[in-house]
Design a protein around this ligand. Structure first.
Ligand code: HGY
Ligand code: MN
Ligand code: MN
Length: 417
């Protein structure tokens, strides 16, 4: 390992990294040690302003694109060279953990600061990126910020999406953009020489095998749908069942049929209905409308395509006597990360003597979209029992810092190419 790289790696500060996680965890803190930091909410804005304050303390330049993705730049010797990017997201699930997403943002900041503390000059600029609305918990679908930045999707696709309280995305986004006036303007899909995202594993393998970092090989495919069932509201006491158009009953039939469609004895396939809105949502009125979400995932592109195509005809059949509307909101085929970046991460872990394991990601990440526009890879760190999207998410300061050291070494390798 180059002497200057080793100097930077040694300046990764475990206590500073942990302290920042604790500060961020105060924003949107919920009982059970978790966080609720929905995209484009007041909590999201506070997290953005805290990140901005740390960036400004280092005189790093901050820019922001039209969907609020924040970029924090440490300049390189060649200002015109495409930067190397690293980051993740600051928004969380409604009952999220203290590490999902924010670890990748803070590990990237830690890498920038360690490189700065070592006084290194890199050929390329290195940029931290905090992606908007990775979770899609409030405004679906997920990985929205990176999809718009890489022009895989248009911001117009999402402007009128509403949350469960009827707030429209474009209004919540406008308020969020206004909250960081210091950020300069950033165009969409600006060139990047490479992207590495550090993230907690969200699975149990690293902990089970006693490894400190995961060298991630790719991300499985996923498809999201919104299914709307249209029935007729009626009196629960007087309306005979044979004449009812009960939207809840039909929604349950559709969901049961989807469970049959996605049954997998090997338990590789993932099928989830996590969100359901019932109207009028009253004990003694038959439901006239149900909206529910469908999340299907699988590592094989043909399987994910076949299952996705089966959803609408199956829903139509199982919905009788109600009407149904199926809206596809996300279709990401599995992605395989760039072998050069994966090897760079592997080499950094090996040179630092950090025990590693190669593995795919069951969870999706912004790296899914970055892998389509530049050489991309990910670094995982372990955490307790693989529990995620849950307040009980827990990691150790030592593992977080080890991941940040491998990230620092890998970013320097990419930034000097
Ligand atoms: O849904 C996902 O896989 C990610 O955690 N947002
Ligand atoms: Mn995440
Ligand atoms: Mn998540």
């Amino acid at each position: 390992m180059r002497e200057d790289t080793r100097e930077a790696v040694e300046r990764v500060d475990e206590a500073r990294l942990w302290r920042r996680h604790e500060e961020m965890a105060q924003i949107g803190a919920i009982p059970g040690n978790g966080v609720n930091r929905a995209a484009f909410s007041g909590e999201d804005i506070r997290a953005r302003r805290l990140l901005l304050s740390w960036a400004q303390a280092r005189q790093f330049e901050v820019t922001m694109d039209a969907i609020g993705n924040l970029f924090v730049r440490r300049p390189g010797l060649d200002a015109g060279a495409a930067p190397v990017l690293s980051g993740s997201h600051m928004d969380s699930q409604p009952r999220g953990g203290r590490f999902d997403g924010i670890y990748g943002v803070l590990a990237a900041l830690e890498a920038l600061e360690a490189i700065d503390d070592a006084g290194l000059k890199t050929r390329r600029p290195i940029e931290l990126v905090a992606w908007s609305n990775e979770e899609g918990g409030r405004f679906g679908p997920c990985t929205m910020g990176s999809a718009v930045h890489t022009r895989a999707r248009s911001i117009d696709d999402f402007a009128d999406v509403t949350d469960n309280d009827g707030i429209v995305l474009k209004d919540a986004l406008a308020a969020t953009l206004e909250a960081t006036p210091e950020a300069g303007t950033r165009e969409l899909n600006t060139p990047a020489a490479g992207y590495i995202e550090a993230h907690i594993e969200q699975g149990p393998l690293l902990e089970m095998q006693g490894k400190t970092v995961g060298v991630v090989t790719g991300i499985q495919g996923l498809r999201w749908f919104n299914v709307e069932v249209f029935g007729e509201t009626a009196h629960a006491g007087t309306t005979p069942l044979r004449v009812r158009r009960d939207a809840v009953r039909s929604a349950i039939s559709i969901i049961n049929a989807l469970h049959e469609l996605t049954a997998d004895p090997d338990d590789v396939l993932r099928f989830t209905v996590g969100r359901m809105l019932v109207t009028p949502n009253s004990t003694n009125s038959v439901a006239s409308h149900v909206l529910f979400s469908v999340d299907i995932r699988h590592p094989d592109p043909a399987t994910i395509r076949r299952l996705g195509e089966a959803v609408e005809p199956l829903a139509r059949k199982a919905a009788t006597p109600c009407e149904v509307k199926v809206t596809a909101t996300l279709h990401d085929d599995p992605c395989v990360f760039d072998a050069g970046v994966v090897d760079t991460i592997q080499h950094a872990a090996d040179e630092l003597g950090v025990a590693s394991l190669r593995l795919p990601s069951g969870a999706s990440h912004d790296a899914m979209y970055m892998s389509r526009v530049c050489p991309t890879g990910m670094i995982f760190v372990p955490y307790e029992k693989g529990v995620s999207h849950n307040e009980a998410e827990n990691a150790t300061p030592q593992d977080l810092a080890a991941g940040a050291r491998v990230l620092t070494a890998a970013l320097l390798a990419l930034a000097n190419r």
